[in-house]
Write a protein that binds this ligand. Structure first.
Ligand SMILES: Nc1ncnc2c1ncn2[C@@H]1O[C@H](COP(=O)(O)OP(=O)(O)OP(=O)(O)O)[C@@H](O)[C@H]1O
Length: 624
């Protein structure tokens, strides 16, 4: 076959030069539909290698200039007559030819993922393609650019950066930062996937980050194939984790750069022994599950984006391969993490490999998911998923507490669905731009928006949305029972109460923010230096047997309080027995530790914090 291609190269090139693409066909029409905004599928066609040119193979992959369409031309030998051209076309979201640089691809596709992950989202880049198509070259170049951006001081705020790099070969995982030590991919009791046993060093400068990346690349398992002497026969996952120290209740941002194992070119298979054939089968099967997962998540996101709530949840088979199990929170729609994904399909342009190239581009096309052409959802004041930018801003102005959060700063252009997808740290960061807004208020407001969204989705499922949608105010008015689910002052509606400083109206059930003194620092989980506690009773009323969580008698503590001579307005009246309120499993949720009691002096109290009980999740959430 290869000889046939070389012998007919001249005729092939003439036929390609005479090729005229058909005018607007069905594929082009479908391409005019909006595709999922959170996944970009691109293709990079590498140059012909010297040996491919030297052997006389023609180029089989042709980019249609000024479009994102690529034409593949195969040469076929009919039973009678001269060889004929068989052409097929593929469309992606962005296309890079042999002259494109990795730096250009980085700027267009991967650079936007960095601030996204830095802000608390999940950014993932996959390089996919057949053996020797340029995946490793692309990913290693992109890793270098990411290291630059992370360390050049252009990203706002402080983050602790940790890196882990692992390799997946078949069902087995190895730590590339620890001499290929075998590790386990496990789901913990909260359903979170852990790379158990993998090292995750913290990095503070570009050089050490690049050193880790180089160490891992050198350890990557390599076995020669006919196509590429350094062919990678495993998936390599580089994960960078960004922890925001000033918002420790928020989930960490994650950036994944994934160099997938090469999907085998058919003509290599002749040289395979049984082990290599098994390896190739495993790789192809994990790539197939990966495709189903990427597509599944894109379908789920596209439906959510279009304001469609599907009755049948999209099935995403992430447990079917170690690769997708490792990336569970990228695919699991139940994880509620905001994800952006970029796929770079790497393409070998040589006519001899056109069969595998066709598979690569077909795979890429299948990852493109059109947003369903649903009628624009009808506006409902109780359904954030139906709000346009103006309606969203209006809601922010009326519901964000005191001081009101500046809608222009929080949602300059976003619609309701877009703001819902914003990672929590980014949401909070935008809120804090309004003078006088505290981190608690911002966090509570984010929770309020999400709670409204979740409630509206539940109501939609049980066909109750129509009743709610008729009012002009967001949601029904608060019933006396609902009022009991909130820690707010029972007289909260009276203007007189709002005017009284919280320290002068302390009562059992009030939740306060306080900076724990050294003696409690080990027990109270402080968020940005502050902890929360719910007031139970004046410490003096707790009786002679009450002890705090350190085992100290409260009466003894009160005696020390009065004697401290710190110039505070000390005395029995200014200390309260409180129970700790600590962050819990679900993002933004809190639990009350009734047995974790602390004595909090009024002088240490900083603010009243409003909390609400959510029956469905059985946790408390901050509110405004
Ligand atoms: N854009 C490019 N420009 C120049 N050379 C390239 C380009 N992309 C790839 N190459 C060359 O092609 C060869 C194969 O590239 P690479 O090792 O990155 O492929 P791969 O897809 O990772 O292969 P495998 O899956 O077998 O590991 C290398 O010699 C590389 O230098």
């Amino acid at each position: 076959m290869e000889q046939f291609l070389i012998d007919n190269a001249e005729r092939y090139n003439k036929l390609v030069a005479a090729f005229k693409p058909s005018t607007l066909d069905s594929k082009q029409k479908s391409a005019t539909e909006a595709v999922s905004p959170d996944i970009v599928v691109s293709a990079r066609v590498r140059p012909m290698l010297d040996e491919e040119v030297a052997q006389g193979f023609p180029i089989g992959v042709h980019i249609r200039s000024g479009t994102n369409v690529v034409d593949l031309h195969e040469l076929q030998q009919p039973v009678r007559g001269l060889p004929r051209l068989r052409s097929s076309e593929y469309r992606v979201d962005s296309l890079y030819g042999p002259e494109a640089t990795t730096s250009q691809i980085y700027d267009d596709l991967v650079k936007p993922l960095v601030p996204w992950a830095w802000g608390g989202g999940i950014g993932t880049m996959f390089a996919y393609g057949q053996t020797s198509s340029g995946k490793t070259l692309t990913v290693s170049g992109l890793e270098g650019h990411v290291a630059n951006t992370l360390m050049d001081g252009s990203l706002e705020g402080e983050r602790k950066i940790s890196v882990s790099i692992i390799e997946l070969a078949g069902q087995t995982a190895y730590d590339l930062l620890n001499h290929r030590k075998q590790i386990s991919i496990l789901e913990d009791s909260f359903g979170v996937t852990q790379m158990a046993g993998a090292l995750e060093p913290q990095v503070t400068d570009k050089e050490s980050l690049l050193n880790y990346i180089d160490t891992a690349a050198a350890l990557r398992r390599t076995t020669p194939t006919l196509r590429n002497d350094n062919s990678s026969r495993s998936h390599a996952i580089c994960r960078m984790r960004f922890e925001n120290p000033s918002l420790s209740s928020a989930q960490d941002g994650l950036l994944y750069l994934i160099d997938l194992a090469g999907s085998e070119a058919a003509r290599d298979k002749v040289a395979h022994d049984v082990t290599r054939m098994k390896e190739a089968r495993e790789i192809n099967s994990s790539l197939s599950v990966l495709k189903d997962c990427i597509r599944g998540r894109a379908v789920a996101d596209a439906e959510a984006f279009a304001g469609k709530s599907s009755k049948k949840p999209v099935y995403i088979p992430f447990r079917q391969s170690t690769l997708t199990k490792t990336l569970k929170h990228v695919f699991d729609p139940a994880s509620s993490r905001s994800c952006k994904t970029v796929v770079v399909a790497c393409v070998n342009p040589c006519l001899a490999d056109i069969g595998a190239t066709k598979n690569t581009l077909r795979y890429a096309e299948m990852l493109r998911v059109a947003v369903p052409r649903a009628k624009p959802a009808e506006y409902s004041p109780s359904m954030p998923a139906t709000w346009n930018n103006e309606q969203l801003r209006d809601w922010i102005r009326r519901n964000s507490g005191d001081p009101a959060i500046a809608a222009d700063l929080l949602a300059p252009t976003e619609t309701g669905p877009q703001l819902l997808r914003l990672p929590v740290p980014e949401f909070v960061k935008r809120c804090l731009k309004t003078p006088g807004v505290s981190a608690e208020q911002a966090q509570a407001f984010q929770t309020k928006l999400w709670k409204l969204h979740v409630d509206s989705q539940r109501a939609a499922v049980s066909n109750k949305s129509a009743e709610v949608a008729t009012g002009s105010q967001p949601g029904p008015s608060v019933s006396p029972m609902e009022r009991l689910n909130s820690s707010a002052d029972p007289d909260q509606d009276s203007d007189a109460v709002a005017a009284i400083p919280f320290k002068q109206r302390i009562r059992p059930g009030m939740v306060i923010a306080w900076t724990p003194p050294a003696e409690y620092a080990g027990f109270a989980v402080a968020l940005g230096g502050k902890a929360y506690a719910v007031v139970m009773c004046p410490a003096a009323a707790s009786g002679p047997r009450a002890r705090d969580l350190r085992g100290q008698l409260v009466v003894d503590k009160l005696a020390t309080t009065t004697e401290d001579g710190n110039g505070r307005d000390s005395g029995d009246d200014d200390a309260y027995l409180c129970a700790l309120v600590t962050p819990s499993v679900l993002p933004g949720s809190f639990a009350v530790g009734l047995w974790q009691q602390v004595v909090v002096r009024v002088a240490e109290m900083e603010a009243e914090v409003l909390m609400e009980w959510d029956e469905a999740s059985r946790y408390y959430y901050m509110t405004v």
